[in-house]
Design a protein around this ligand. Structure first.
Ligand SMILES: *[C@@H]1O[C@H](CO)[C@@H](O)[C@H](O)[C@H]1NC(C)=O
Ligand SMILES: *[C@@H]1O[C@H](CO)[C@@H](O)[C@H](O)[C@H]1NC(C)=O
Length: 186
């Protein structure tokens, strides 16, 4: 390699990283704006029949306590973000599966799915090599929708509450410049 080239490459790499962080930041901000308490209440509770539940796998119920436990076991932050992203992408598909196109929560859940798809692109480099083994196994289990896995009936709002609360405890690229709108989450 020619001398003088390395700093240039470094500069390009930093710019690339910066751009990726800004993109992640925009997506997370958009998710924050969509996952407010008011919207979760309206779209995931008021628009559903009383006590309506969706069947999900046990692993799809990803609560704050799960993340705390995984952190106690020294699972890295990248793995935790990847877990949250993978689990909630599936959760959204399950909620969407029970909605007709004319349902008032149709567009809301579609927008959320699009944002999760965009975020997944940012994490497509996540692989077995850089993700915690246990987390990787859980993600595979969730993605395969394995029939052997236990099911649980959970209210849609509870699922999105988990999604929002866990999001607010993960260190996304932009929390420095756009800290969570509200914390603690109601
Ligand atoms: C909804 O669930 C609550 C308890 O979780 C129960 O008291 C109530 O009767 C249920 N309502 C209906 C309409 O099933
Ligand atoms: C979260 O914790 C519950 C037990 O509280 C467990 O059943 C579930 O599998 C955990 N989920 C993940 C994704 O680790």
């Amino acid at each position: 390699m020619q001398r003088g080239y390395a700093p240039f490459l470094y500069f390009v790499a930093v710019l690339g990283l910066e751009a990726a962080m800004q993109k992640e930041c925009r997506i997370i901000e958009a998710l924050q704006n969509k996952l407010t308490y008011q919207q979760r209440l309206q779209y995931m509770k008021h628009y559903f029949p009383i006590n309506y539940t969706v069947n999900v796998q046990f692993e799809e119920v990803l609560r704050v306590a799960n993340i705390t436990r995984l952190r106690d076991r020294n699972v890295g932050e990248l793995s935790l973000r990847f877990l949250w992203l993978s689990v909630n992408s599936q959760v959204l598909l399950k909620i969407r599966a029970v909605l007709l196109e004319k349902h008032p929560a149709w567009e809301y859940t579609r927008d959320l799915c699009l944002l999760f798809d965009q975020l997944a692109e940012e994490y497509e480099n996540c692989n077995q090599g850089n993700v915690d083994t246990n987390v990787w196994d859980v993600v595979e289990q969730v993605l395969s929708g394995d029939a052997g896995s236990s099911r649980k009936a959970v209210r849609p709002k509870a699922l999105l509450d988990n999604c929002a609360k866990v999001m607010w405890m993960l260190p996304f690229a932009c929390w420095d410049s756009c800290p969570p709108l509200m914390f603690p989450v109601p």
